[in-house]
Design a protein around this ligand. Sequence first.
Ligand code: FE
Length: 129
Amino acid sequence: MICMRNTEEEFKKKLTPEEYHILRERGTEPGFSGKYTNHKARGVYYCKACGNKLFESDTKFDAKSGWPSFFEVVHNAVELKPDNRFNEERTEVVCAKCGSHLGHLFDDGPEPTGKRYCINSLALDFKEH
Ligand code: FE
């Protein structure tokens, strides 16, 4: 089987307009609007666009930021890119498998990593253990 990247048309068909805006146009959902912000169930969070396994629920913490936040990411699941939009120097988090925008990485997270992966709910799909 040949593995191919989804075309933008395929992403458009698969995703809602809101999901497409976050994932493919590097959007950000309004704070405290996402369904996973205060979600505490045990399980795994996947990329909404391609199903790549991204975060385990036991690395989720309450950052009180309005977005789902994690202190660790599944090994090799994401790539980091400099994002200098809006006169800010931030680090963008993208899915390593499909290149979709997920959120941003900050260095003010809790132990043991000190990292805060600040992720849009609309970029995630959750499955319970
Ligand atoms: Fe993906």
